[in-house]
Design a protein around this ligand. Structure first.
Ligand code: 13P
Ligand code: ZN
Length: 275
């Protein structure tokens, strides 16, 4: 068996390509990480490098991820190339017993490194693992056009973004009843934006990066890709309405949102409702 025959690796590769097909990943834009369940680590163990790479500090620390393994996209790699060259574009990394360094145990051939956003992914995994009792395994970052466009015209608040998205497609409050958080513009790729994002991930499973993109967290591939897709589609509807030049005659009201929540058995973050 080769690494690319392992089921989770196939799902990971498919999701990278799905994101490319949706237009979320110009050039090397966006990145994806998957915290491997123990059973998959056991399956992969005979396929890992006999001599792992050296430990590299992450400059952030998460003791609850000590000893975990992740599949990650590589820094500077293009999502559109993942299916053609998985071993060059992707890697499996192991976290050290202190939870502050990683080493490459498969892939990222020819000197590749994990995504430059690995610190954000890592801290987000840490808080989502804790918040969901270990249920969440995925963090996905993309550059969806319509959502990014909204960060130029909406106030950069959790409330403004959540309400715009909830009101733009009836299924939205069911898919992300907790709403979305917003991080103001920050320099990407480091510990500072990682800390700001993971703070919001304590309560949200989706966080907007102003003028940059979106981070989402989920249980599995369908759940996580579906959340990215739903949020971006809602942003597209909102933007189309604004761009139409027509006055908004009607929308989904707060009481409508509460009625959806009641019938679908979800709890909306009430602080985001009301005038
Ligand atoms: P990487 O190529 O390092 O994953 O960076 C892409 C990106 O989207 C940075 O935010
Ligand atoms: Zn990015």
């Amino acid at each position: 068996m080769r690494m690319t025959d392992v089921g989770v690796m196939q799902n990971f590769m498919r999701m990278c390509n799905d994101g490319w097909l949706q237009g979320y990943h110009e050039r090397n834009g966006g990145n994806l990480t998957y915290r491997l369940p123990q059973a998959d680590v056991a399956l992969m163990r005979p396929l890992l490098a006999p001599v792992p790479g050296t430990w590299t500090p992450l400059h952030v620390c998460a003791p609850n991820l000590a000893g975990e393994y992740f599949i990650t996209t590589g820094s500077g790699k293009y999502m559109r190339n993942v299916l053609l060259d998985p071993e060059g574009c992707l890697g499996v990394v192991e976290i050290n017993p202190q939870g502050d360094s990683y080493r490459i145990v498969w892939g990222l051939a020819n000197g590749g490194r994990p995504t430059s956003e690995f610190p954000s992914h890592f801290l987000n995994h840490s808080v989502r693992k804790a918040a969901t009792g270990g249920a969440h395994h995925m963090i996905y970052h993309a550059h969806p056009v319509n959502l990014i466009a909204l960060t130029y015209i909406l106030p950069l608040t959790d409330r403004a973004f959540t309400r715009a998205l909830w009101q733009s497609a009836t299924e939205c409050p069911v898919v992300f009843p907790g709403g979305v958080g917003v991080v103001p513009w920050m320099v990407p790729g480091g510990a500072e934006i990682a800390l700001a994002t993971s703070k919001l991930m304590e309560i949200y499973d989706a966080v907007v990066w102003a003028h940059h993109g979106l981070f989402v967290s989920g249980v599995d591939f369908d759940d996580t890709f579906g959340l990215m897709h739903t949020i971006e589609k809602s942003a597209e509807i909102y933007l189309k309405v604004l761009s139409s030049g027509q006055p908004v005659r009607q929308t989904i009201t707060d009481d409508n949102l509460r009625a959806i929540a009641r019938d679908f058995g979800v709890t909306l973050r009430e602080a985001l409702l009301g005038e």
